[in-house]
Design a protein around this ligand. Structure first.
Ligand SMILES: [Zn+2]
Length: 282
């Protein structure tokens, strides 16, 4: 896709990854608010209540402001990672704390860009996989913050997975279609069984859609590995988090971040891992 010399290509790709991570932070913080405002407006319409006047709120408007004092953030304090480090995680105006989520998501964007470039080179296929990794990053953090996995992200991710197979591995397209169906239906069945037996809801519908999307990107053969990885990591992190932070005890834990993490692993190093997995299982 590009003939740039490595000395330019690699730093450029990492820089783009950091900047995209910075944009993802905006999506992560604002998308759930935008959805909530939309649902509120729809509910008021259904109840035939008068419209509320809301100030314009989307990914572009208003500008980035400090969450404590609402001062607009200068562009040089908004640079990926550096802006946060420069101010040591505090607002330039009021010294209010700025969440470490911002630099962490930016770093994750840079790291994913680096990993995809190392594994797939500067190819169109790599670009597709990188966008899937970014969508998973946004979903993971949105789920952690709000227990939502918005359809507006999971469903396009699913269709993009089928498009990816159609473009790059057409012979595996049926594996991908089966993967999407099996991903959704397996968790859907588990949800209803769990609900019938215990009367509780074990997970949300967003989890089914996310696993369906991963099935499309990876093919059905990878679903058991994805589930084992996410349940395994989820169990370890869950126990550690509850030991470390007592108020988390008994609190429901989102499953989406672990599915997303397993998705990254499978998208990036799925093939060698699959060989290892089959060695262990067979
Ligand atoms: Zn401030």
């Amino acid at each position: 896709m590009t003939d740039l010399p490595p000395a330019i290509l690699w730093p450029l790709v990492v820089f783009l990854g950091l900047c995209l991570g910075s944009f993802l932070n905006v999506v992560i913080v604002r998308l759930p608010v935008m959805l909530m405002l939309g649902w509120r407006a729809e509910a008021r319409e259904a109840l035939e209540l008068p419209d509320e006047s809301q100030p314009r709120f989307n990914l572009m408007v208003p500008r980035s402001i400090c969450p404590s004092c609402e001062t607009p953030i200068a562009w040089h304090d908004n640079l990926p990672v550096i802006g946060w480090l420069k101010r040591r995680g505090r607002c330039a105006n009021c010294e209010g704390r700025i969440s470490p989520q911002y630099p962490l998501v930016e770093l994750a964007g840079g790291a994913l860009a680096l990993a995809v470039l190392a594994l797939h080179g500067p190819t169109w296929q790599g670009l597709f996989i990188f966008s899937a990794c970014l969508a998973l990053l946004a979903l993971a953090v949105i789920d952690l913050r709000t227990q939502l996995l918005p359809d507006i992200v999971t469903l396009p991710l699913l269709w993009a997975g089928l498009l990816y197979q159609l473009l790059f591995q057409p012979l595996l397209l049926s594996d991908a279609v089966i993967g999407a169906m099996a991903g959704y239906l397996s968790l859907w069945s588990f949800y209803w069984l769990f609900k019938l037996v215990t009367g509780k809801e074990g997970m949300g519908f967003g989890d089914f859609k996310l696993l369906a999307a991963l099935g499309a990107w990876l093919g059905w053969q990878y679903l058991p590995m994805v589930l084992i990885l996410s349940a395994g990591v989820g169990a370890v992190v869950g126990v550690l988090a509850q030991l470390a932070i007592p108020r988390l005890r008994g609190a429901p834990m989102p499953f989406g971040p672990f599915l997303a993490m397993a998705g990254w692993i499978a998208l990036l190093v799925g093939e060698p891992l699959m060989a290892l997995y089959l060695d262990i299982m067979l």
